[in-house]
Design a protein around this ligand. Structure first.
Ligand code: 2YC
Ligand code: MG
Length: 263
């Protein structure tokens, strides 16, 4: 099943490393750890100057401006030896393998992967993004309970809900798609979140392609919202409320989790 996935735009990827630095400051302030420390703890791995080949892919909607150059900046941020192959698609793949690359990064419109040719590990962006953003939400230092609200149970949201259930959190979940709800309740045992109920959450993981999915009634006085989402789940009037920490970034955090999961 190929679910809807919002394609990034070159504009989304502008000033990426500054967006990462801002996100990392919020992550450190709200969890006590940096994104690299959290990735090391979740995956038990570390960068070791691996050689990373980035292969542009022309399939479907084709090359996205700034996508490959953004991945290059990410590999450099984590101290890896990154490069973009001279040609896209299979010619690029052939070059990467012939060059002895350790890890390949490539994406079409449906799947974005990291493949480690040396240890055979492969990571999918939607799984790693769900795991790392839900992990960040679950580490809120001001949380009063182990209750986490998950909004969106598509392939990113489901991966995050599954990760939180495995870690022993009380997951309350909502998705307008009743099939997605029944699947998550049946397979993960999550609690159905009642939109009109009184319950308020200090930890929220949102993974939908929609804007403003979070309303005031859902969140506690002090709250951490962690979302890989474009557009923003938090309405502007809530976003400027100082007691709500927002971790939202378009690509780096998910890509980081992919790399750590194949190291
Ligand atoms: O430039 C290229 O190589 C393109 N084939 C890249 C296509 C990426 C499509 N995926 C997305 O825009 C993003 C994912 C990175 C995560 C969610 N959507
Ligand atoms: Mg969203």
């Amino acid at each position: 099943m190929v679910s809807f996935m919002a394609l990034l735009t070159p504009e989304d990827l502008e000033d990426l490393l500054n967006k990462l630095r801002q996100s990392n400051e919020t992550i450190k302030a709200s969890t006590g750890k940096s994104i690299t420390e959290i990735c090391e703890e979740v995956y038990g791995t570390r960068p070791a100057s691996q050689k990373v080949a980035i292969v542009p892919i022309t399939a479907g909607n084709g090359i996205i401006g700034n996508f490959s150059s953004s991945l290059l900046a990410i590999t450099e941020y984590f101290g890896l030896e990154g490069y973009i192959t001279d040609h896209p698609d299979i010619t690029g793949y052939h070059q990467a393998v012939s060059d002895g690359a350790d890890i390949l990064l490539m994406a079409d419109d449906h799947m974005f992967i990291a493949h480690n040719l040396k240890n055979g590990k492969i990571a999918a962006n939607h799984v790693c993004t769900g795991v790392i953003y839900s992990e960040i939400a679950s580490r809120f230092i001001h949380a009063g309970s182990k209750d986490v609200l998950v909004i969106g149970l598509g392939r990113v949201g489901y991966a995050g809900a599954e990760h939180l259930v495995k870690k022993g959190f009380n997951v309350y979940a909502y998705d307008p798609n009743t099939e997605f709800m029944e699947k998550a309740i049946g397979e993960l045992g999550v609690n159905a979140y009642d939109m009109n109920g009184p319950k308020q959450f200090s930890m929220v993981f949102e993974a939908t392609p929609n804007a403003n999915t979070i309303s005031e009634g859902m969140i506690a006085e002090r709250c951490l919202v962690s979302t890989p989402g474009i557009p923003c789940a938090l309405p502007p009037e809530l976003a400027e409320n100082g007691d709500i920490d927002l971790v939202m970034e378009p690509l780096v955090i998910g890509a980081a989790a992919m790399l750590y999961s194949v190291f």
